[in-house]
Design a protein around this ligand. Structure first.
Ligand code: AMO
Length: 441
C-alpha cells in the first residue's frame, strides 16, 4: 500500500530563488505570457506565481524551434542562469529546453499581455478568468491579499479571535430593503447583510473578534461603489470605554496595513503605481459640523440633513486634505434615525449616535460605533422603531444575560482597495463582481 508522507518533490525553482542559482542550470515552470521576437533571439516572458520572469531564446543555445512555444502554454523550462551585470536582476535566463505540459485551443478573446488590458470594464469583467492573467490586473488582487494579511496579522497581535459566522440568517441586521430573501426548506430566510448580530454575540465570548467574509446587499442601483456581494472586514471588541477606542484601533490597524504593504508588496505597488498614504493621525469631525462646513466652504445648500450626498463626501475629502494633509477623515455622531437599531445613542443628545464612518479619498469605507449592551435599553429602542422584539429573541439573549460595553466596525474590502488604487469603480477591485446585471463569470 502506498502512504502519503506529506512532501511534494521539488523539481523546479521559484522565480524569487533564481538569483541564488547564478552559474547553474535550473528548471522553472510557468505559463508563457508573451513571446517577443527580435532579429536573432526572442524574449520569452514566463508568468509564475507572483512574478513574470524574462527568459532568452536563441537558436544557438535553445535546442528546439521557437514555434514549439505558444503564449498561454504551460511549460517547464530548463535554463542556464548566466551572470549579467547589465540586467536589472543581475542574470540572464537562457532557455536550454522546454517541456510543454499543455497549450491553448485557440488564441484568447482579449489581448492580455501588454502593460494593461486595453478594453472596456464590461469586457474586462466578461473575460475575467483570462483578463486577470494580465500582470497589472492580478497585482490588484495580490495587493488586496496584502491588505487582508496585514489586517489579520495586526488583529492577531491585538488578541482578536478570528470567527466564521453564518451567511444564511433568520433576520436582517442592517434594516432597509436591500436584503436577499431565500426559501429555506419552506421557511423564509435571508442572506446576511453583515455579521453584526453574531460578532456582537462573540464579543461576549472572546471579547475581541474579527471576520473577513462575504456579505450580501440587494442593491438595486447600479453605481460605481455598490456591489451585491462584497467582502466585509468586521471587528468587534468588548470593554471599550467609548466608541473612540474603535476609531483608535482602526487607525492603528490602517497604519500597520500601510507599513505591511510597503514592506511586502513593493512590486505590486510599483506595477500599479499605487500611492500608499502615510498615516500619522486621522482627523475626526462631527457629522453636523461636517455638513455645515461643506455648505459654508462650497456655498452649497444642505439638501439631506441625515446623510452625505456622494458629492459632499468628495468635497469633504478635498477640504480635509487641504486643511490637514490627511486623506482619511472620521465623521462621528451620525443622526440616530439613520443608524440601525443596535447603535448606541448619545446620552447627552439622543438624536445622535455614538457612531462613525471613515472616509478615504472621498468615499465611505467603514462604518462603526458603540452598541447598546443593556437589554432594556435595546428592547425599548426596538419597540420605539416598531420592531417585533420576539423575532430577535436569540439576538437579545446576550443582552439579557449580560454583555460588556462593546463596539466595532465593518470595512468594505473592495471599496478600500479601489480607493487605495484610485480606481473609478469598485468593480476593478472585485475578483468576480456581482451587481444588478452580473451573475457571471
Ligand atoms: P454598513 O452597512 O455601513 O455597516 O457597511 C459597512 C461598510 O461596508 C461597505 N459597503 C459596501 N461595499 C460595497 N458594496 C455595497 N453595497 C456596500 N455596502 C456597504 C462600505 C461600508 O462602510 N454592521 C455595520 C458595521 C458595523 O457597525 O460594525 C455595517 O454593515 O465600505
Amino acid at each position: 500500500m502506498k502512504s502519503i508522507v506529506g512532501a511534494i518533490e521539488k523539481v523546479t525553482v521559484e522565480a524569487e530563488e533564481l538569483v541564488s542559482h547564478i552559474g547553474e542550470n535550473v528548471r522553472i515552470h510557468g505559463s508563457i505570457y508573451k513571446i517577443r521576437k527580435m532579429s536573432d533571439f526572442a524574449f520569452v516572458l514566463l508568468r509564475t506565481k507572483r512574478n513574470v520572469v524574462q527568459c532568452l531564446y536563441s537558436e544557438e543555445i535553445s535546442k528546439f524551434p521557437l514555434g514549439e512555444l505558444k503564449e498561454e502554454s504551460s511549460v517547464i523550462i530548463t535554463a542556464h542562469v548566466k551572470a549579467e551585470e547589465r540586467s536589472k536582476t543581475g542574470y540572464d535566463l537562457q532557455i536550454l529546453e522546454a517541456e510543454v505540459l499543455s497549450g491553448p485551443e485557440e488564441p484568447g478573446p482579449v489581448v492580455i499581455n501588454n502593460k494593461y488590458v486595453d478594453a472596456s470594464m464590461e469586457t474586462l469583467l466578461n473575460f475575467r478568468p483570462i483578463t486577470l492573467r494580465n500582470e497589472k490586473e492580478r497585482a490588484v488582487f495580490k495587493l488586496q491579499e496584502g491588505i487582508t494579511y496585514g489586517i489579520r496579522e495586526f488583529l492577531k497581535q491585538e488578541r482578536f479571535t478570528e470567527i466564521h459566522t453564518p451567511k444564511i440568517v433568520y433576520a436582517g441586521a442592517e434594516g432597509g430593503a436591500n436584503i436577499f430573501c431565500l426559501d429555506y426548506f419552506g421557511r423564509e430566510a435571508y442572506l446576511a447583510q453583515s455579521p453584526q448580530f453574531y460578532k456582537q454575540m462573540m464579543a461576549g465570548v472572546y471579547e475581541r473578534v474579527f471576520e473577513i467574509a462575504p456579505v450580501f446587499r440587494a442593491e438595486k442601483h447600479d453605481t460605481s461603489r455598490h456591489l451585491n456581494e462584497y467582502i466585509s472586514v468586521d471587528f468587534e471588541m468588548g470593554f471599550i470605554r467609548s466608541f473612540e477606542d474603535i476609531m483608535q484601533m482602526e487607525t492603528m490597524m490602517l497604519k500597520f496595513v500601510m507599513e505591511y504593504l510597503n514592506k511586502e508588496y513593493v512590486n505590486e505597488i510599483r506595477l500599479l503605481k499605487a500611492v500608499i498614504p502615510v498615516i500619522k493621525e486621522i482627523p475626526a469631525i462631527k457629522f453636523k459640523e461636517a455638513k455645515e462646513l461643506i455648505s459654508k466652504e462650497y456655498n452649497r445648500p444642505v439638501k439631506d440633513f441625515d446623510d452625505f450626498e456622494p458629492e459632499e463626501e468628495k468635497l469633504l475629502y478635498e477640504l480635509i486634505k487641504r486643511k490637514t494633509g490627511s486623506e482619511f477623515v472620521f465623521v462621528t455622531h451620525y443622526p440616530s434615525q439613520k443608524r440601525p437599531f443596535y447603535a448606541m445613542d448619545n446620552q447627552e443628545n439622543k438624536e445622535e449616535t455614538l457612531s462613525f464612518d471613515l472616509l478615504f479619498r472621498g468615499l465611505e469605507i467603514t462604518t462603526g460605533g458603540q452598541r447598546i449592551h443593556k437589554y432594556k435599553e435595546q428592547t425599548e429602542k426596538m419597540k420605539s422603531r416598531g420592531m417585533n422584539v420576539e423575532l430577535f429573541g436569540t439576538y437579545l439573549m446576550m443582552h439579557k444575560y449580560g454583555m460588556p460595553p462593546h463596539g466595532g466596525l465593518g470595512l468594505g474590502l473592495e471599496r478600500f482597495t479601489s480607493r487605495l488604487l484610485e480606481q473609478e469603480n469598485v468593480r476593478f477591485s472585485t475578483l468576480f463582481p456581482r451587481d444588478i446585471n452580473r451573475l457571471t463569470p
